[in-house]
Structure formats: C-alpha cells, structure tokens
Ligand binder design. Structure first.
Ligand code: GRF
Length: 222
C-alpha cells in the first residue's frame, strides 16, 4: 500500500487542528494518502510545530515577504509542492486567496474545508452569520477549489444543529468536531481515486453514491 499512497501537502495558517485530524487518520496503514509536507504562510502557525514534531517536512512561505505580489507568492508555494512531488493539496485553515493561475494548476487536486453549509455563508464569520440569520442547521463543507472563493464542487458536508443559546464560539466548536470527522474521510476518498468530478457535481464511487452517517452530534453526508 505504502508505495501507492498519494503524496499530500497540507496548507495551513494557524492552529492546524484539521491537519492533525488528517495526520491521525494517515497513521492507518490502509489510509491512501501520505502527508509529506505542511506549508504555512505564517512562520508562527502553531500547526507547523505539531507537524515538525511528527517528523513531517515543513515550509514557510510568508505572504508578508511578497508585498501584495500574489503571483510570486503562489509561484513559490507551487515550487515547494513540485519539489515534494505533491499530488494532492489540502487547504486546512489556509487564510490566503490563491490566484486563478495557481488554482488552475491544481484543478480537482486541491481541497478546502469551509465552516458553513455552502453555498450559504462564503467568506468569514460564518458561525456568527448562521446564528444571526436564524439558521437551525449549520455545518461544514469539503469542496474542490476553484478560482472563486468557497465555490467549487462539493465533496461532502456535515450538518449540526444551531442551539438557542449558541454563541459563535460554541457553534464553531460543534462544527469543528464535525470537520475533524469529514475532512480525513474526504481526503481518503480523493486520494483513493473514489471520486469523479462532473461539472459542479461530485460522484463518489464507493459502492453506493451517497452515504449518510448520523450520530447524536452531527449528520455527516458523503
Ligand atoms: C476551520 O474551521 C476551517 O473550516 C476554516 O478554518 C478553520 C481552521 O482550523 N477554514 P484549524 O487550523 O484546522 O484548527
């Protein structure tokens, strides 16, 4: 199996809890992906330390060194990805908008997780906006990355309730737990070549088209 594992880079900007969830899953011998690089746009991203402690190669491409030259910033990231023979890019709390040129190089080979049920609440402050809008359900989405932010074919989503006394923080914590469940699974589906993208629709070739896993905390829809 090891020889066939897809070579994955995880891009982060901060604490890297989704990265950690994926690294944990990747410890299983059956997991179809190997995390070979963790790259951050901030030298103090906490997740860098976590990855380094696990012996994973880390790299910093500090956006502040590029003074608004997004093409040059993205080109540097791309160079690192190529140097590590990366086959799949996983954005996990990576807080920079990538240029269309870069995104185009990774079509259907780059995933993102967003803390809302897309297409609702693209962008920032998703938990606050879900509460303010009176949503009864909130959640998270794993999608393939396209040039428009938080758009792109949806691979899987998890829905959690919005409770009457929720604050943005309490809702974020509930959603984050669901993120940690779906993102490793989503990465495994793509790395295991179980996924076909047809326009905006994603077909999962895993026995059945759709799997619904429920527990008391979340509805997870693959
Ligand atoms: C997550 O909520 C993710 O959905 C969003 O940024 C946050 C990153 O958290 N894109 P972490 O760094 O993975 O802990």
């Amino acid at each position: 199996m090891a020889a066939n594992k897809k070579r994955v880079a995880v891009l982060i900007s901060g604490r890297g809890s989704n990265m950690t969830a994926i690294l944990d899953a990747a410890k299983s011998p059956d997991y179809p992906a190997e995390i070979v690089l963790v790259l951050a746009n901030k030298p103090d991203a906490k997740g860098l330390e976590t990855a380094a402690n696990l012996g994973i190669a880390t790299q910093v491409v500090d956006h502040k060194d590029y003074k608004g030259n997004r093409e040059a910033f993205d080109a540097q990231i791309h160079a690192h990805l190529e140097a590590h023979n990366i086959e799949l890019v996983v954005l996990a709390g990576f807080m920079r908008i990538l240029t269309p040129g870069f995104v185009g190089k990774w079509t259907d080979k780059m995933l993102n997780i967003h803390p809302s049920l897309l297409p609702s609440f693209k962008g920032l402050d998703t938990h606050e906006r879900a509460i303010e809008t009176g949503c009864r359900l909130a959640g998270c989405t794993v999608h393939f990355v396209r040039a428009d932010m938080d758009s792109g074919p949806i691979l899987c989503q998890a829905a959690v309730p919005v409770l009457d006394d929720d604050s943005p923080d309490s809702l974020a914590a509930r959603i984050l737990k669901a993120e940690h469940r779906i993102y490793p699974h989503a990465v495994a589906l793509v790395a295991g070549d179980k996924v076909t993208v047809e326009g905006m629709r994603v077909r999962i070739d895993e026995g059945s088209d759709t799997k619904l896993c429920a527990n008391s905390e979340a509805q997870l829809i693959f």
